[in-house]
Design a protein around this ligand. Structure first.
Ligand SMILES: O=C[C@H](O)COP(=O)(O)O
Length: 246
């Protein structure tokens, strides 16, 4: 076991250079909590400017293209993001699966492209409210994870984020029992494909995690960190989430 907690802010389409002070303050928070690996997945435009202020936090991207170069107007390759200073990238966030129609195969290809460029990867999965209400969440999300999992998945470059779609930005979260059951199911699903490597792979929870609920969520055995949206946009809001991971 011995999985180091990983707490990552996803700023989504938020943040201008005026917010670099928050990045600096979060970098300083990361330095004060060395037991936790702290990062910020910023808009691509802030990745390079953040390098001078990131402190002990890593800077990541929110997506990358599955190809290394070519005629893909408006897209960014993993190598471009790495050159700008990203050390990680998210792939397969539900907002991209929905808004850009990304498939499980696309997500797996993006993860491999990121790895080839030297990026570590957070691969997101999660169920809709309909699936949750129908009682199929664990089987559906486990299947989504296995279909999105890249070849050679290993704990030293890949983490999973379980994000129930209905919990993102809504202030609603599953019961602690439901989170525990899902994370246990996902680790078991991973083990069917990567064997003992699954024990070391970090599985984050995401969806309305904040300073009020982080301690309880992060105390669950198979919850190895958080992928945090709204509560990562300022150091003041993010600080209690990071502290809860210690
Ligand atoms: O990637 C982060 C998640 O989508 C969670 O967002 P949220 O914390 O604003 O609910």
């Amino acid at each position: 076991m011995g999985r180091r907690k990983l707490v990552v802010g996803n700023w989504k389409m938020n943040g201008l250079k005026a917010q670099l002070g928050e990045v600096e303050d979060i970098g300083a928070l990361a330095a004060r909590h060395p037991a936790v690996e702290v990062g910020l997945c910023l808009p691509a435009t802030l990745i390079a400017p953040a390098q001078g202020v990131k402190g002990a936090a890593f800077i990541g991207a929110q997506d990358c293209h599955m190809h290394g170069s070519g005629a893909h107007t408006g897209c960014l390759s993993a190598a471009m993001l790495a050159e700008a200073g990203a050390g990680w990238t998210i792939v397969g966030h539900s907002e991209r699966r929905q808004d850009q129609g990304e498939t499980d195969a696309d997500v797996a290809a993006k993860a491999l492209a990121a790895k080839a460029a030297g990026l570590k990867v957070i691969l997101c999965v999660g169920e809709s409210l309909d699936v949750r209400d129908a009682g199929h969440a664990e089987s559906v999300v486990s299947a989504q994870l296995l279909a999105s999992l890249p070849e050679g998945a290993a704990a030293d470059w890949l983490a999973i984020a379980y994000e129930p779609i209905w919990a993102i930005g809504t202030g609603r979260i599953p019961t602690m029992e439901a989170v525990e059951a899902m994370h246990r199911a996902l680790r078991a699903a991973l083990a069917t494909k990567i064997g003992a490597e699954a024990d070391g792979m970090r599985i984050l929870y995401g969806g309305s995690m904040n300073g009020d609920n982080a301690a309880e969520l992060l105390a669950i055995g198979d919850v190895d960190g958080g992928l945090v949206g709204g509560a990562s946009l300022t150091a003041a809001k993010f600080a209690p989430v990071i502290a809860a991971a210690c």
